[in-house]
Design a protein around this ligand. Sequence first.
Ligand SMILES: NC(=O)c1ccc[n+]([C@@H]2O[C@H](COP(=O)([O-])OP(=O)(O)OC[C@H]3O[C@@H](n4cnc5c(N)ncnc54)[C@H](OP(=O)(O)O)[C@@H]3O)[C@@H](O)[C@H]2O)c1
Length: 341
Amino acid sequence: MRTETDRAAAAVESLETLTVGVVGARGYVGVELLEIICSHPLLRLEYAVSRAADGDPIADHAKASAGGLKFEALSDDEIADRAVDVVVLALPDGAAKPYVEKLESAPKPPRLIVDVSADHRFDDSWVYGLAEHNRHAIAGAPRISNPGCYATAAQLAVRPILDMLADTPHCFGVSGYSGAGKKRSSRNDHKALANGVLPYKLVNHTHEREITRHLGTPVRFSPHVAPFFRGITLTVQARAKSATSVEAIAERLENAYRDCPLIMLSGADTPRVQDVVSKDGAVVGGIAVNPDRPDEIALVCALDNLRKGAASQAVQNINLAFGLTELTGLPDAISMAEATP
Ligand SMILES: NC(=O)c1ccc[n+]([C@@H]2O[C@H](COP(=O)([O-])OP(=O)(O)OC[C@H]3O[C@@H](n4cnc5c(N)ncnc54)[C@H](OP(=O)(O)O)[C@@H]3O)[C@@H](O)[C@H]2O)c1
């Protein structure tokens, strides 16, 4: 059987190379981006912006040779002067705006800007880049807002069963501490987190608002951070309008993700964070229905916050925006299509 990966390899021939700049390139997401972009057959890294790592070879921070390229501390004006096809902004929330303004008024604006922060996830003039549910809008899009990591996991689990639900679903998420970025805080101090789990922002979390906005219905969300480095497990608990079954929910997921090469389904088996670390895709499963109250349901999504929750999703979006095969440059997909003989 010809796999999605084979198709991606075949599609690479005779296609143009796209030049890419990454801003915020020394952060946790930025480094993942550099590694994926530098091994992508059709993307060529032109610059990687970091103030703290200015002058350092990229290879000192990322598993990527990048042809000897070094980090540069470029200002927003200097970035606007460096014409590239794609700019990926991997900046902290609230920092993207001046870069977008300068890029949009540049002599040669990029054909695509991808913002991995939350800054444009509530802005209708940007396309929300959750390909599994918004694929048609991503093709040809000039501005893509990459979904949040927890928000990706929650929507992958909830959207296929949304119309079955009687009331507000609850999402309980646990993330590795890389989810809080490199800037020191109580949420990424792994010594302080050791042997514990830290609940935080239990009401009105940005991702709660993001999930609610993009699902079009309220959700509750309880984020937690744990002392492992990367990965997210997110459990959805909900009440269905009528009695249901594991099989009925599994069928919903299969129908939703049949043509989604980055999503693997595990039925009633619970997806594990350990199995998704450094993988480009997500696993949805752990489906459970209370035998005594068959309207009480639960399911789980696991993904790597730095990959499908951020960098792989950004590259998936670049691929789709430029009409490339979705898995181009994403060799570490967990693919239902490939897992199924
Ligand atoms: N971590 C995750 O799991 C995850 C998942 C999905 C989305 N995101 C989002 O992705 C973005 C980056 O996250 P991260 O975890 O990679 O953060 P990070 O590790 O803190 O890295 C942020 C990067 O941006 C640079 N930077 C910080 N403030 C800046 C400013 N005002 N102007 C220019 N550069 C600035 C940093 O410093 P230097 O310039 O010194 O290098 C660094 O390179 C955030 O918006 C986050 O919400 C993160």
